[in-house]
Design a protein around this ligand. Structure first.
Ligand SMILES: [Zn+2]
Length: 314
């Protein structure tokens, strides 16, 4: 992000990468001080310069650790993360030599949050900002078996922040996403106040968007399709039988549309790799799998797991 940048969709702030230039000098589970934790050390374009970083969302200062220039922040409201989750963000920044945060301070999204530095235990890795993010409002901070502190609900940073306007100088092969590439539309007819967008057992959900059918199960009469976007399986993986548990989706409740969502002139003949489909039904969530961030729905009498990113609560 750049100074002053804001990013809000449907009343929910998108959680942004706080850095304008991102050169990761130590990644998640790094061999030194990141063993067993999902933290990144980020420096700017030129090593040794105390570049500023900005508030990834509107956030409040919860705690200060002056000896190490560490600050614990928490979003004021729930935010949207790069993996599509909507929840509170609790995050730590460290090594700011000129730390001027105070407990209770609220910093609006886009305003300056601090400066990269080397306060604390960062003499080995030079001037940087250490950052780690929990996708929850749990601010518990515990020590792991390697002696490194971490949050309970940490996610890898590429699942946390959108990198709109961030120059990625060294991204450590992260799957960095921008807001435009993430399926984050929600139904404008539904009041944001009535739902929290966090799926639970019993939540009523709809499929969010138009999906491309990637393969059809043979024999075709079984009337099931696979979609790499919905299932996370690529066609090559499927063909080479690398997929252990492919979540086939029954076609019955889907209608054929063009890629803009119009059903006019569609012939209902579904072709793998070509056809687009849409599902307007409402389903009840029967189970949640936190590890894969999936929800179990019953489609046409079958148990189907769908990534919750592709669903929205109604
Ligand atoms: Zn670090």
């Amino acid at each position: 992000m750049i100074k002053g940048q804001k990013s809000v969709k449907n009343g929910i702030e998108n959680f942004l990468c706080p850095f304008t230039d991102m050169y990761i000098s130590q990644g998640s589970n790094g061999s030194y001080s990141h063993k067993g934790i999902m933290a990144n050390d980020v420096r700017g374009k030129v090593a040794g310069i105390r570049y500023p970083y900005y508030a990834p969302c509107t956030c409040k200062c919860l705690k200060l650790y002056p000896k190490t220039g560490q600050v614990m922040w928490q979003s004021v409201n729930k935010v949207r993360f790069a993996n599509g989750r909507i929840d509170y963000a609790t995050f730590m920044t460290a090594h700011d030599n000129t730390m001027d945060a105070t407990v209770g301070l609220i910093v609006p999204q886009g305003n300056k949050l601090g400066n990269m530095g080397n306060k604390g235990f960062s003499n080995i890795t030079g001037i940087h900002c250490h950052i780690e993010v929990s996708q929850s409002n749990d601010s518990t901070w515990t020590k792991n078996k390697y002696g490194n502190y971490h949050f309970n609900n940490e996610y890898d940073l590429d699942d946390c922040y959108f990198v709109d306007n961030t120059n990625i100088l060294k991204g450590m092969s992260g799957n960095w996403k921008i807001t435009g590439s993430t399926n984050i539309e929600i139904n404008n007819n539904v009041s944001n106040e009535s739902v929290d967008q966090i799926l639970h057992i019993g939540s009523k959900v709809k499929f969010d968007g138009i999906f491309k059918v990637d393969i059809l199960k043979s024999p075709i009469s079984s009337n099931l399709f696979g979609c790499c976007q919905l299932t996370g399986c690529t066609l090559n993986d499927y063909k080479s039988e690398n997929v252990k548990s492919y979540h086939w989706i029954p076609l019955d409740d889907f209608i054929e549309v063009d890629k803009f969502g119009s059903s006019i002139n569609q012939d209902d003949i579904i072709l793998g790799g070509e056809s687009y489909v849409l599902n307007k039904n409402i389903y009840e969530v029967k189970a949640i799998d936190v590890k894969t961030n999936s929800a179990k729905l019953i489609l046409n009498g079958k148990d189907i797991w769908i990534y919750s990113t592709f669903l929205y609560e109604t």
